[in-house]
Write a protein that binds this ligand. Structure first.
Ligand code: AHM
Ligand code: MG
Length: 336
């Protein structure tokens, strides 16, 4: 059909969020405004990441520093962009970023009811070789914005209202859940808009891929070691699973959501809490996994039931297809 050559009914991310919010009679558009500021930050980072190689060579226009100082690292720059965008949205009260030791309390004059926890540029060690990296975020809401303490963000992940990530890969992909399923959007660079390309993402019930840093195997606990052994040498006649590990959480999770399987960053003898951070890595990804029909387990409990005691707490994490995570749970249950 000639008429189909151009799609004329574009489901942008803003339109999608407005649709979702219109089901809530109390919604006043604040969430839509907040999200559009997160999206702006992601577009900025996307453009900066795409130019990262060039910037090193020739410097980016407008970024040449009069003092001749070294250019800001991309993760620091991204963090500044997100903090400023979120504060200026007028919809936030507390921000927690992987890049900042302390939480940011927004000035009362600009305060809104949302708390945003985020990792502005996760996997940044991968920038120099062009591997996909991403931004991860989670959103909470406070009851009383005039009376906020850090406890507002030291909440179980199940209290999050929304979570998502943006992956800066061969294309720029934004994956979002506000508690009723997961949707994926791809940036159309000519429009500067994210257009829905992956409606209602559901993770396959069982997968054929496992994803882990096997270099840590010597220090794993029993159940993790048993599970990975099972992936490689299944005893039930099934085929072994394939190993895929990018070392960039957003990219590893994105593949897991679409193709199924498991992603694990388990505890090891040197790091009893694993590596990944509860608030802005484990929780948002766990939220998305559950919303897509998968599971998220810490080795002890449902990940979203964790209650962090500090903003930068870590936790072991097993994320993925429902049936695969059931197997891991069974191995941990057999241990005790
Ligand atoms: P970062 O926040 O310092 O970038 O580290 C997080 C990254 C994740 O993206 C990834 O899953 C993990 O670290 C990889 O760690 P490792 O190199 O130990 O396998
Ligand atoms: Mg990180």
């Amino acid at each position: 059909h000639a008429a189909d050559a151009f799609r004329t009914d574009l489901m942008t991310i803003t339109r999608h969020v407005l649709n979702e919010q219109s089901r809530n009679p109390e919604s006043k558009g604040d969430f839509t405004i907040l999200l559009s500021h997160i999206v702006l930050g992601c577009k900025f980072v996307c453009s900066a990441v795409n130019k990262a190689g060039l910037a090193k060579l020739i410097g980016l226009a407008g970024e040449t520093n009069v003092q001749g100082e070294e250019q800001k690292k991309l993760d620091v720059l991204s963090n500044e962009v997100f903090v400023k965008a979120l504060v200026s949205s007028g919809r936030t009260c507390i921000l927690v970023s992987e890049e900042d030791e302390e939480a940011t309390f927004v000035d009362p004059s600009l305060r809104g009811r949302y708390c945003v926890v985020f990792d502005p540029l996760d996997g940044s060690s991968n920038i120099d070789c062009g591997v996909s990296i991403g931004t991860i975020f989670g959103i909470y809401m406070v009851k009383d914005k005039d009376n906020v303490t850090l406890d507002e963000v030291l909440q179980p992940g199940s209290n999050m209202l929304a979570a998502g990530y943006c992956m800066y890969g061969s294309s720029c992909t934004f994956v979002l859940s506000s508690g009723s399923g997961v949707n994926g959007f791809t940036l159309d660079p000519s429009l500067g808009e994210f257009i829905m390309t992956h409606p209602d993402i559901k993770i396959p019930k069982k997968g054929k891929i496992y994803s882990v840093n096997e270099g840590n195997a010597k220090n794993w606990d029993g159940p993790t070691a048993k599970y990975v052994e099972k992936c490689k040498f299944p005893k039930d006649g099934s085929s072994p699973k394939s190993l895929r590990y990018i070392g960039s959480m957003v990219a590893d999770i994105h593949r897991t959501l679409l193709y199924g399987g498991v992603f694990l960053y388990p505890a090891d003898k040197k790091n009893p809490n694993g590596k990944l951070r509860v608030l802005y890595e484990v929780f948002p990804m766990s939220f998305l996994m559950e919303q897509a029909g998968g599971q998220a387990f810490t080795g002890k409990q449902r990940a979203l039931d964790l209650v962090p005691s500090k903003i930068h707490d870590r936790s072991p994490i097993f994320l993925g297809s429902y049936d695969d995570i059931e197997e891991i749970k069974a191995l941990y249950a057999a241990e005790v």
